[in-house]
Write a protein that binds this ligand. Structure first.
Ligand SMILES: C[S@@+](CC[C@H](N)C(=O)[O-])C[C@H]1O[C@@H](n2cnc3c(N)ncnc32)[C@H](O)[C@@H]1O
Length: 252
């Protein structure tokens, strides 16, 4: 039987706890996404699927006025709160489902971020979340999110430091199918991850249906020559491969 997302993250929460770059995506995605959230100073931010708070803490340190983190996994939130008591930054963390943002007022956030959340949701679940995101964003506010690149499960073999197993599924027949995978940490620990597959067009259709009419910014993130130079054994196998899809869209 497939483990629920909550159980997967409750069990893996030790592996996610960090205060410095550790997982592959701490190098290949999160620094880029943080920069995309700028300007952050004085802004109100909602981090959906915040995990143990690694990304939220960095946003708060960049001067966010209010920062709310929400995650389905109570263990991930327990770790986020433990870190908040160890070093109080003024972040509030809630256990909750990103599909239910009813507790937040309309137009109350300048930024909403979702860093590798949608790969845990079906297309329908993503539609519900993005409808809520559109509602809680202020006009002029932006929504920043990242997902595994939709082609990754089909272009990479099942090898470290990052892969998903599509089984017999193809790019279209795999829509809404769950692919298990692994992402590695720099210390060699492998961490279980999942991808409920969506095509490129699924993301753009979802944004448009929710009411976003501005042209989104899109980046296909990958390893850089600097990363490979620093740690050739770790980053080398990923050269020339699209790893993550990053999207930023403004509400007008
Ligand atoms: C890959 S982790 C990323 C954690 C964090 N965003 C980061 O960048 O370190 C995905 C997180 O999404 C959470 N998640 C999955 N589905 C969710 C949902 N429907 N609502 C809220 N959180 C969810 C998981 O519990 C997990 O903590």
């Amino acid at each position: 039987m497939t483990l629920s997302t909550e159980s997967l993250y409750d069990r893996a929460s030790d592996d996610w706890e960090r205060n410095a770059p550790l997982l592959l995506s701490d190098y290949t995605a999160r620094p880029f996404l943080l920069d995309w959230c700028e300007p952050v100073r004085g802004r109100s931010v909602l981090d959906l699927g915040c995990g143990e708070g690694y990304f939220a803490r960095q946003l708060k340190r960049r001067g966010a006025e209010t920062l709310v983190g929400m995650d389905l996994s109570s263990e991930m939130i327990a770790r986020a709160r433990k870190e908040e008591s160890r070093e109080p930054l003024g972040i509030s963390y809630d256990v909750g489902n990103a599909a239910d943002l009813a507790g937040f007022e309309t137009k109350c956030f300048d930024r909403v971020v979702a860093v590798f959340l949608f790969n845990y949701l079906t297309r329908h679940q993503m539609d519900v979340v993005v409808d809520g995101v559109f509602r809680v964003l202020k006009p002029g506010g932006s929504f920043v999110f990242a997902v595994p690149h939709p082609s990754l499960p089909f272009t990479r073999s099942e090898e470290p430091p990052f892969y998903f197993s599509p089984g017999d599924c193809g790019y279209y027949s795999g829509q809404d199918q769950l692919f298990e995978g692994e992402i590695y940490r720099r210390d060699g620990v492998s961490v279980p991850v999942r991808c409920i597959h969506k095509t490129l067009s699924d993301y753009f259709r979802c944004l448009r249906d929710a009411g976003f009419t501005e042209m989104p910014d899109v980046e296909e993130l990958h390893v850089t020559p600097e990363m490979v130079e620093t740690a050739p054994n770790f980053f080398g196998p990923l050269v020339d491969q699209p790893l993550h899809l990053a999207i930023r869209v403004e509400k007008n």
